[in-house]
Ligand binder design. Structure first.
Ligand code: COA
Length: 254
């Protein structure tokens, strides 16, 4: 079965992360499938809203760390960048259901979703520094903006996880629900959106986002350049090797 399930019904395209044995960590192929689906959804008049969901026990463990080692994204046309561009510029409503761990891009992609419903087991984290990396997906702009600088520093410098209640308090999440209900709630909300006039939805989203669309693009370009450089440097190589070898990283030389 595919690692990304795609299904369209009642005007709603549902994309399900489906690599649960690897905690829905995202491979190059999964980014490409997500980018293809979002590009198709943007164009297809039969799609009026998109739901992005995982499993009741896990949303996503972020980028596949084996791919970081063996297939690092080097160009702006690599699948991860195509996905980030597709989600950050997606013109129609995007609804997420998030349960369990949401690590790295599993959290940062939510800053580009319009509505987010979280299971009470949701645990968000952006441990880029702990991996010798820097933020991506314009999170270095959007996280401080949403959370305030000092909470953002806990999340991005210390890499500390935060739970569903904290995400609700800062406004990253719309509502907390039982994990088994999250996907259903997201689907209900997406179908409500799909019943509204598409032109009004698209225009309203565009107007809400246009004030900082250029800043988001610029931040993503700068993050992307730094991220690509840092992926090949010793701190990140040590972090990835440590993860693969199931040991603590040793940054004493970095
Ligand atoms: N990349 C590749 N494989 C991953 C992965 C990732 N990001 N996250 C988890 N996996 C794999 C594990 O290696 C393990 O594989 P195995 O069964 O072959 O040993 C499997 O998924 C289950 O993961 P495990 O760590 O045993 O699950 P857990 O429930 O104890 O912990 C997480 C879940 C998400 C907290 C933990 O897996 C984790 O921290 N993952 C790394 C997250 C990360 O740093 N992502 C990059 C962000 S930029």
């Amino acid at each position: 079965m595919s690692d990304i399930l795609q299904h369209t019904e009642a005007g709603v395209m549902t994309l399900t992360l489906n690599r649960v044995d690897k905690k829905n960590s995202l491979t190059v192929a999964m980014y490409a499938a997500l980018a293809d689906a979002l590009e198709q959804a943007a164009e297809d008049i039969a799609v009026r809203a998109v739901v992005l969901q995982g499993h009741a026990a896990v949303f996503s463990a972020g980028n596949d760390i084996g791919d970081f080692l063996n297939n690092p994204p080097t160009t702006s046309t690599s699948p991860v960048h195509r996905f980030l561009q597709a989600i950050s510029g997606f013109p129609k409503p995007l609804v997420a259901a998030v349960c369990g761990p949401a690590v790295g891009v599993g959290t940062t992609m939510l800053f580009h979703c319009d509505l987010v419903y979280a299971g009470d087991n949701a645990a968000f984290s952006m441990p880029f520094v702990n991996l010798g990396l820097c933020p991506e997906a314009a999170s270095s702009l959007l996280v401080p903006q949403m959370m305030g600088y000092h909470r953002a520093a806990e999340a991005l410098l210390l890499g500390e996880p935060f739970m569903a209640e904290a995400a609700l308090e800062v406004g990253l999440v719309n509502r907390i629900v039982p994990p088994t209900e999250a996907n259903g709630v997201a689907q209900t909300q997406a179908r409500k959106l799909a019943a509204k006039p598409l032109g009004s939805l698209v225009q309203t989203k565009r107007l809400m986002k246009m004030g900082q669309a250029a800043a988001v693009r610029q931040q993503m370009a700068e993050e992307g350049a730094q991220f690509a450089r840092m992926l090949t440097e010793p701190a990140a190589r040590e972090a990835f090797s440590a993860f693969m070898e199931k040991r603590r990283p040793d940054f004493s030389a970095q």
